[in-house]
Ligand binder design. Structure first.
Ligand code: SF4
Length: 215
């Protein structure tokens, strides 16, 4: 996994388009803004998790961030953080697929510092085209309720599908549960223990309790 290995005097920022109907769509103007704000010699990297890493001089970070935000892009820290939400394309429509819910989750979690990066996916229906069961945390809208899956791992020879943590959840339960899980992981992970490994070591029962979802 490429993570934030930085050139001396430079820093990496993670740039993404907002969570929107249509998915990971970027306009020519936004692409041009990334190129012009970062400069012709900048190191730019496409990540597999919906973010573009841009390496910029440390003293230019604020200026570049402002220019990107003015172009409608979002800027988060790179490295060991919760990545921006990996959302689906909301093909069933903003309301039915829960666009506002996904945007709120994204704003609540993106950029939280963690021992190792955490990927969270959101799918607007059970077809799960954002691959929620291959992410550390997967949230799936099931008509009028939500399910949360945890512990997915897409990489390596020990790849694993996430397991169902809870189902039939109300919209208002999602963000508190995800934030509590992240806090619990931060407080109890052994060094740079991966989230999936942590989930399996702790057991789903303990994670449910920590997330406030025990019944
Ligand atoms: S998860 Fe469902 S709503 Fe979202 S893009 Fe895929 S099929 Fe459409």
């Amino acid at each position: 996994m490429m993570e934030a290995i930085e050139t001396p005097g430079k820093t990496k920022i993670a740039v993404s388009t907002p969570i929107q109907v249509g998915g990971n769509v970027i306009t020519p103007k936004q692409l041009a803004t990334i190129a012009s704000a970062a400069g012709r010699d900048a190191h730019i990297e496409i990540t597999p998790f919906r973010q573009i890493y841009v390496e910029v001089p440390v003293d230019e970070k604020e200026r570049v961030t402002e220019a990107l935000q003015q172009a409608g892009l979002e800027v988060f820290p790179a490295g060991a953080v919760v990545k921006g939400l990996i959302a689906c394309q909301f093909c069933k429509g903003a309301e039915d697929a829960g666009l506002a819910t996904a945007q709120a989750i994204h704003q609540a979690i993106a950029g939280i510092a963690t021992p190792v990066p955490i990927k969270v996916a959101y799918a607007g229906c059970a077809l799960g085209t954002s691959e929620p069961l291959l992410k550390d945390i997967g949230i799936v809208k099931m008509k009028d309720t939500f399910s949360i899956y945890v512990g997915g791992e897409a990489k390596g020879i020990k790849a694993a599908a996430a397991e169902l943590l809870a189902e039939g959840l109300e919209e208002g339960q999602i963000i508190p549960a995800v934030l509590k899980m992240i806090d619990f992981y931060k407080a109890n992970a052994k060094g740079k223990e991966k989230f999936g490994k942590f989930i399996r070591r702790m057991t789903l029962e303990k994670i449910r309790e920590a997330a406030g979802l025990a019944v």
